[in-house]
Design a protein around this ligand. Structure first.
Ligand code: PLP
Length: 485
């Protein structure tokens, strides 16, 4: 090492070692326990309490990856990671991310790196078209797309746009008032709660609309009633969020019916399809975006969940960018430049809460190009098929029941023996390290969720997971009375 900086040659050498380490890591994933087994504080205790005074070789850090970091990693890229929703990656996305780091460009303005803005716009237009979103959402239309870090940030941004529109822009200067209301189903993701907190509306502004107990989809008649009674009480409805694939069970709200209520009462309709939206890349799964082209004001889906793109990459589109720009545009003197002044360019700093932004589009570009639409379709279809076969196993075993109909790559199921047995089986499975599932509660009952979506998951992985669950069910239910069908 020369001084504190690596020479280009040293970088090349260490870079090869890092790529080797990652490739070896992926190869040995199968033998590692999926969920980290460490206790709180165990990893921190392995680290010194001060940074080294003198430079260390980069290889020392690589050695610590195995000794210190890996025991504290839950392996999201493991073929038997089925918890939460996948946050899958792919070799192409990892290399794309590395290129972004290597360029180290900051794209707050078009002028600070024109390629950063223009590649992002084109790639999001590609993705919009691949998902069947309308041309209005593309950069040549009145709307446009932007990569946010997460769906949570996208939803927050949508709420800021909705507030801007509902108040005729007054919210910028005057802030929020206590009469503004936001609606979503009781199954909406907690990122909406966070958005109302961050916006200053407060949790009191958020109305949770009940769901149909069978489908877990929003009861749209109840939404209409809630909106109408709020209007009658002098309150001001601002935004309704429809879920296209809820976190708990993958339920789909009726976007078209919600859209009709939204239009009638002037609400902004935001569709949260964080997990399921990317499935629309397959024509047979276009129902994942049903109603969006005609009704949504904004839409979010996460390529960082099920579309092979390393976290973080959340794709967010709006139908009308004037609301977004009206709500968030700021141009302090130190950012003024001729391109911005010309009005001929898009400055993505205005499209999200933060100013600075990195070149996230490279990893998505790498994924779209190296898989092609057909490769992405194959990935989604494989996840759906593996989940379907798993659901067949569940249905065929009288000790288990499906809690809701499987949706795309998600199966929600439980032991008929009850909550305790369900949680005990899942916990033993997770502790054993063979696979990792997470839980939910549906209509008050505990359930396990198996979400397929990893890029290395095969039929064998699903079979092995089912075999482990079935064996644990034998142990847990031994001596219990036979299940009631
Ligand atoms: N919306 C839904 C439906 C989700 O399932 C999730 C996460 O699982 C989110 C939003 C939040 O996603 P993010 O972590 O990108 O904010």
């Amino acid at each position: 090492m020369s001084g504190a900086h690596m020479t280009p040659e040293e970088f090349r050498q260490q870079g090869h070692a890092v790529i080797d380490w990652i490739a070896d890591y992926w190869d040995r994933l199968d033998d590692l326990p999926v969920r980290s087994q460490v206790a709180p504080g165990e990893i921190a205790a392995l680290l010194p309490d001060r940074a080294p005074q003198d430079p260390e070789p980069f290889g020392a850090l690589l050695a610590d990856l195995d000794q210190v970091v890996l025991p504290g990693i839950t392996h999201w890229q493991h073929p038997r990671f089925f918890a939460y929703f996948p946050a899958n990656s792919s070799p192409a996305a990892v290399l794309g991310d590395l290129i972004s780091s290597g360029l180290g460009a900051q794209g707050m303005l078009w002028a600070t790196s024109p390629a950063l803005t223009e590649v992002e716009q084109v790639v999001l237009d590609w993705l919009a078209r691949a998902l069947g979103l309308p041309e209005e959402f593309c950069s040549s239309g009145p709307g446009g797309g932007v990569i946010q870090d997460t769906a949570s940030t996208a939803t927050f941004t949508a709420l800021i746009c909705a507030l801007h529109r509902a108040t005729g822009g007054r919210v910028r200067a005057e802030g929020v008032t206590s009469d503004l209301r936001v609606y979503a189903s009781s199954q909406a993701h907690s990122s909406l709660d966070k958005a109302v907190i961050m916006s200053g509306l407060g949790e009191q502004s958020l109305r949770f609309v009940p769901v149909d107990p069978r489908t877990q989809a929003m009861d749209v008649a109840a939404l209409r009633e809630a909106v109408e009674s709020d209007v009658a009480a002098g309150l001001r409805p601002v935004l309704v969020q429809a879920a296209a694939g809820t976190t708990s069970t993958g339920a789909f709200d009726d976007v078209a019916a919600i859209g009709a209520v939204a239009r009638e009462h002037g609400l902004w309709l935001h569709v949260d399809a964080a997990w399921a939206g990317v499935a629309a890349v397959c024509p047979e799964h276009r129902d994942a975006t049903a109603g969006v082209p005609e009704h949504a004001d904004s839409f979010v889906t996460n390529p960082h969940k099920w579309l092979l793109t390393t976290f973080d990459c959340s794709a967010f589109w709006v139908r009308d960018r004037t609301q977004l720009l009206g709500a968030l545009s700021l141009l302090p003197e130190y950012l003024r430049n001729p391109a911005t002044d010309s009005g001929a360019v898009v400055d993505l700093r205005d499209w999200h809460p933060q100013l600075g932004r990195r070149f996230r589009a490279v990893k998505l570009w790498a994924v779209l190009r190296t898989y092609g639409i057909t490769g992405l379709q194959q990935h989604i279809r494989s996840g759906v098929e593996l989940a379907r076969r798993f659901a067949d196993r569940v249905s065929a075993d009288e000790r288990f029941e499906l809690v809701t109909e499987p949706v795309l790559g998600l199966v929600v199921f439980r032991l008929r023996a009850g909550d305790e047995a369900t949680v005990a089986v899942m916990e033993s499975l997770n502790q054993g390290g063979v696979a990792y599932l997470s839980h939910t509660r549906v209509e008050g009952l505990a359930a396990m969720r198996l979400a397929v979506g990893g890029w290395r998951t095969t039929q064998q992985d699903v079979d092995r997971t089912w075999a482990a669950i079935a064996a644990l069910a034998d142990e847990v239910t031994a001596g219990s009375p036979p299940p009631t069908p």
